[in-house]
Design a protein around this ligand. Structure first.
Ligand code: BDR
Ligand code: CA
Length: 310
């Protein structure tokens, strides 16, 4: 099993990702850290604890992190996930509490304390992760890989070109993209197309198992809140896809491509993915070397949905 730590802004789809992380035998969830994003930090922490309770997670430590981006003020994203961040899906209260350490401290301890290299998964604005890499550069020696949900090689969602997680804290995203670590970018190119059938959500919503029932409710919320997909589908799976990239790499098409975060003007928050065939020529690289990330560009969508369901 692969040890992972996950940074979230729970969020209907962060919730689905956490349910998958706990339920999937190939993943060993060591810690979860929270950042403001889909909701304010306090709400994100409470949502995360409740989701872990519903998932029947063992003693997974949860820590609170940044309440705002590194530089800018917090900008609301239009409440796609509702005022409570979970689209009104009521999860039972829990006696779980966050640990007293900060998100950065918990991530650091979980990563350097692991006997095996850890994979760091970011499903939210990358403020906590950027602070970790800046304050604790020693994590680099203990990380297998960093996978983030964010960015796009095509359209944006918050603006024409920018995806929410990168747009909310572009400086933090820059720290991650330029970290020199092995990084996989799971952006909107696949995120927007990974959907689960309505039949599954209907079936799950009636389950006696709290995790399965929660997943059904969350999928329904994502269906009614996201526009433009067919009747038979309820919802974009979203953040959970970043974990499927780890557990089912054969289902995804990735390419090593130069990526930079646009910090300027109208394009601020865009990930510029250089898909020109010549972009990685030695000469082009020597002129202006861009960090090369593994970018998820396509997936076996049915296979990925089936893997999540299983
Ligand atoms: C990202 O923003 C949030 O709404 C989702 O949880 C996901 O992480 C998509 O742009
Ligand atoms: Ca998220």
């Amino acid at each position: 099993t692969r040890p992972i730590v996950v940074d979230v802004d729970t969020g209907t789809d962060d919730a689905l990702a956490l349910l998958y992380a706990v339920g999937c035998a190939d993943l060993d969830l060591r810690a979860v850290t929270c950042v403001a994003g889909n909701a304010g930090l306090e709400q994100v922490v409470e949502n995360t604890l409740r989701v872990l309770e519903a998932a029947g997670a063992g003693d997974v430590p949860v820590a609170a992190g940044a309440t705002k981006p590194l530089i800018e003020r917090m900008r609301p994203e239009g409440q796609f996930h509702g005022a409570d961040g979970l689209g009104g899906v009521a999860l039972a209260p829990t006696s779980r509490r966050p640990v007293p350490e900060s998100a950065t401290e918990l991530l650091h301890a979980a990563i350097v304390g692991s006997a095996d290299p850890v994979t760091l998964v970011s499903l939210a604005p990358m403020t906590n992760v950027a602070m970790l890499l800046t304050l604790h550069p020693d994590v680099a020696d203990h990380l297998e890989r960093l996978v983030f949900m964010g960015g796009s090689a095509s359209v944006g969602n918050v603006t024409a070109v920018a995806e929410f997680n990168v747009w909310q804290d572009p400086e933090a995203a820059t720290c991650v993209v330029e970290s020199g670590l092995p990084v996989t970018m799971y952006g909107l190119d696949v995120f927007n197309r990974l959907v689960i059938g309505r039949d599954v959500a209907d079936r799950w919503s009636g389950s006696h198992h709290p995790a399965v029932r929660a997943a059904g409710g969350l999928l329904h919320r994502r269906g009614t809140r996201a526009a433009g997909f067919e009747q038979d589908y309820v919802g974009v799976l979203g953040d959970a896809g970043a974990l499927l990239v780890l557990t089912h790499p054969a289902l995804f098409t990735t390419e090593a491509l130069p990526v930079r975060v646009n910090l300027e003007g109208l394009g601020r928050g865009q990930t510029i993915v250089d898909r020109r065939p010549q972009a990685q020529d030695a000469e082009a690289l020597s002129r202006d070397p861009w960090p090369v990330l593994e970018v998820a560009l396509d997936a076996d969508l049915e296979g990925a949905a089936a893997a999540f369901v299983e």
